[in-house]
Design a binder for this molecule. Sequence first.
Ligand code: ASP
Ligand code: MG
Length: 411
Amino acid sequence: MPVLVMKFGGTSVANLDRIRRAAKRVGVEVAKGYDVIVIVSAMSGETNKLVGLVDDTSPLYDAREYDAIVSSGENVTAGLMALTLQEMDVPARSWQGWQVPLLTTSAHSQARIEEIPTDNLNAKFGEGMRVAVVAGFQGLSPEGRITTLGRGGSDTTAVAFAAAFGAERCDIYTDVDGVYTTDPRISPKARKLDKISFEEMLELASLGAKVLQTRSVELAMRYKVKLRVLSSFEEQSDEAGTLVCDEEEIMESNVVAGVAYSRDEAKMTLLSVADRPGIASIIFGCLSDAGVNVDMIVQNISEDGRTDMTCSLPTDQVARAKQALEQLKTDGGLNYAELVTDDGVAKVSVVGIGMRSQSGVAAKMFKVLSDEGVNIKVITTSEIKISVLIDRKYMELAVQALHDAFELEKV
Ligand code: ASP
Ligand code: MG
């Protein structure tokens, strides 16, 4: 029988009523003839609560025990979902990650999926089980310990199951009804997209549109898993939500698919570093060792053999970055005149595969910002994305103006 993967996020399983509602949706697909693999998150708020308990017990916790504890929220919802389905006369069984087994690396709290053997579940499907309810977010390390896949990891569990079982589709049920051209809380004109390509979704996900864990999109793109994002709170039709799919399946699209933003950015500049081979490697090697996630990087033209190096990073990593670079200077590893930071910036980006074939998008973006009197501090581009760093206080204005200028409210 064809397989469907259905993933329910925390708000969709927040209480027994919602679990019943979700189970009904599963029942509909079973009645259509699918064998269903349901992936569940923990009830909303539950994982945060567990993380809090770990922090309060041991500030320098053992990551193996962290995983043992924070993975437990999903065990509860998996069991409850299986019971609820059984109450509806749907043959269902729950599975924890280790029982499948979902095999991962041993990088606790950030483990990556290595393999999902299909034999155990398939044997049960062969015996008449119609729904396997699998606890998301968790797996088993080569050492035989429980691992977790990073916050939001149930999305990745779902896509990995869809790939392993050759599922017809992977439906991600959440509290929004799809992927929007921008955040509707910022621009009321934001429009739900019927389809979006993997590449665009990957950019939007990593730019902070928190609908899907970025890794789940990477995985879906690699294995060509059709992903659908939809709301578990609305009546569903087969066309509901947003389909994340291969570019070829999208007949026509706007040049720009969406405007994304990331609010808590900071900018850091090293003034007057030597312009010679190895300098960038020293600076960014140092930041990487300090666990700083650098995003944009700009190097100025040099004068008299010296140059300025600017990068962007999350605001909550500024202190760590500063400390590492100041230490580097003290230790004689790098000579610079001054370290200047600005933690009041935000990143705004326009994303669209149409940019590959159409020129003028950057020019238009800069004109729109200039008309609004917004100063651009840093610019970076990729084939399908243009990002700018601006003062945080102009972020909403910039997002709205760009959404209007590129007419994203229109299909
Ligand atoms: N419960 C986990 C979290 O809150 C995993 C997930 O829901 O995707 O991060
Ligand atoms: Mg999530």
